[in-house]
Design a binder for this molecule. Sequence first.
Ligand SMILES: [Zn+2]
Ligand SMILES: [Zn+2]
Length: 161
Amino acid sequence: MIAVYQQKGLDFFNLIAQSLEYCLNSTSRRADDFEIPDEAYNSLRKQYNPECIVKEIAKFKGSLEDFRLGVIDVDIYAHGLNFIFGLAHPLRRIALISAYRLSGPQLLERIAKEVVHETGHLFGLSHCADSLCVMYFSNTVADTDNKSKNLCRQCRRKIEA
Ligand SMILES: [Zn+2]
Ligand SMILES: [Zn+2]
């Protein structure tokens, strides 16, 4: 079960639930909405530190069996990268995706792909060399648009094993 925690004001739950069901055969539940903590803002980078947001989501009391997926709409970064679309901590069972860099007419499609991608990491998948596989690493939104929201046959075999 994937527990979906959304930043207050966002409502992508139905899209996310359908994508996880269709692409990863996983069920989801709508969990709490939350606010981005002030300390997540990095005024030098003018971006948000996703680790502070992960910590905020980890504070909620949920079932230990659940994976947690946070959905936000602020610009996040990682060390050495200008920005990231999302991240996953498989051991902590938490992933995060941001809609911030995904805006445009294909917003919903892009969110679906990045949600499946980060959840794939939670399920133990790593990046895939197949540029059409959803586990392909998106460096730009064009990479996201180019890939499908499905796992390639090899990645599918790995999670079914
Ligand atoms: Zn990835
Ligand atoms: Zn693949």
